[in-house]
Design a binder for this molecule. Structure first.
Ligand SMILES: [Zn+2]
Length: 389
């Protein structure tokens, strides 16, 4: 029977009410015993909503708690993400923890950054590198055979849980084949994130990552993975400079990558401009401006050369998590620019609009007069014809 929109809304609201009640109970709980009570109710409810593909109720509950500025919002968001990325699976040798994880890569190139199926030989060396450096010897992996761009990651909780489920079913042969036709197109940037996605399974309650088992600490694991993955992943990223980041549980790895991509984009842009124009970094001038929609949404940084007026390149620095105009974000951007070798940094104080080019959709960047302009590289030999945003 076809449901009317109003009955659907009513149902969503009852389920959202339950999520809110449990999350608020958890936020106000005064003991581990009570925490456990609310957590298990919350988990059961989330599990059943994910199974039904009921994204609406999950988001309705999050939206209502966000409006109340309650700590219950964090509790609910944690519980949903935790449930989406983790499950306990029965195996012939007992129960196993199965965790969705991401191995982010920050890359930049003058050419379009690739997003593509991973050939079997590369997938094999990536798998071996992960098992040797990141996960404990008892771990088992299934990797998706695709190098994802941020636009191609699942957009909803239910889609992410479905990906975790599909990867879990692939644990027997270690690979999950992604249909490239099912993925979105990728916006091209000079510097961007790419992701290897998989699930790791380990005996329930035992260590999953090497730093849990005392074999190595996180810094050592990061160092070894960065070194090993340079060779393992190089065939996927020809003509690119790239840095691997520590593989972690899916949501935290994606957040790490979003955060690190911001200074990485600035360093990449400065290196790119200096090489392409054949100038020293200290000839570049950077103008930082805060762009507002209803509130401060992001900073945009426009680059010019010496006394010339034309803005030749730009970088977007989005605000993340709880950052707002009271945060020290602008100072962090200025520090990153100076560390990249830029001496002249202009900080605009006015509120700028979030404007885009009507023709190509590229963000506009501030010049020193506070005007939002289109960044255009001067004609230099061997320039790729694409816009470098
Ligand atoms: Zn344009």
């Amino acid at each position: 029977m076809k449901k009317s929109p109003s009955s659907r809304r009513g149902r969503a609201s009852r389920e959202a009410d339950a999520l809110i009640e449990y999350a608020e109970g958890l936020a106000q709980s005064g003991s581990r015993a009570e925490d456990h009570f609310w957590e298990s109710r919350l988990e059961r409810e989330i599990e059943s909503l994910l199974k039904d593909g009921d994204e609406g109720s999950l988001n309705a509950a999050l939206d209502r708690l966000a409006d109340r500025e309650s700590r219950a919002y964090e509790e609910l968001a944690d519980a949903i993400e935790g449930r989406v990325e983790h499950m306990i699976a029965a195996a012939s040798d007992g129960e196993r923890d199965v965790l969705l994880f991401a191995a982010p890569v920050l890359a930049w190139s003058r050419m379009p950054l690739p997003t593509r199926p991973i050939p079997p030989a590369v997938l094999k060396s990536a798998r071996q590198a992960l098992l040797e450096t990141v996960f404990t010897p008892k771990a088992d992996l299934c990797l998706a055979n695709y190098l994802f761009s941020p636009d191609q990651l699942p957009e909803t909780f239910c889609d992410t849980a479905d990906l975790r489920q599909a990867l879990t079913q692939g644990l027997t042969d270690g690979t999950f084949k992604v249909d490239p036709a099912s993925l979105k197109e990728t916006a091209q940037f000079l510097a961007d994130q790419r992701y290897i996605i998989g699930v790791v399974s380990a005996p329930r309650g035992e260590a999953i990552f090497r730093w849990q088992s005392g074999d190595a600490n996180r810094e050592q694991v990061t160092q070894r993975w960065m070194e090993t993955s340079q060779n393992a992943l190089a065939p996927l990223l020809p003509a690119c400079a790239f840095e691997s980041m520590l593989p972690r549980a899916y949501y935290v790895a994606c957040r790490d990558a979003d955060r690190s991509a911001r200074p990485f984009s600035i360093r990449a842009s400065v290196a790119f401009l200096a090489t392409t124009l054949g100038i020293s970094q200290n000839h570049l001038v950077a103008t930082i401006g805060g762009c507002y929609h209803r509130q401060l949404e992001e900073y945009r940084i426009g680059f010019t050369v010496g006394e010339e007026e034309e803005t030749i390149h730009g970088v977007v620095w989005p605000l993340l998590g709880a950052e707002d105009e009271m945060s020290d974000v602008a100072e962090e951007i200025e520090t990153t620019l100076r560390e990249s070798g830029i001496q002249r940094v202009v900080m605009l104080r006015q509120r700028l609009p979030m404007e885009y080019c009507d023709d190509c959709g590229a963000p506009l960047y501030p010049n020193e007069d506070g005007e939002m302009v289109h960044a255009e590289l001067p004609d230099v030999a061997e320039q790729p014809s694409q816009h470098l945003h």
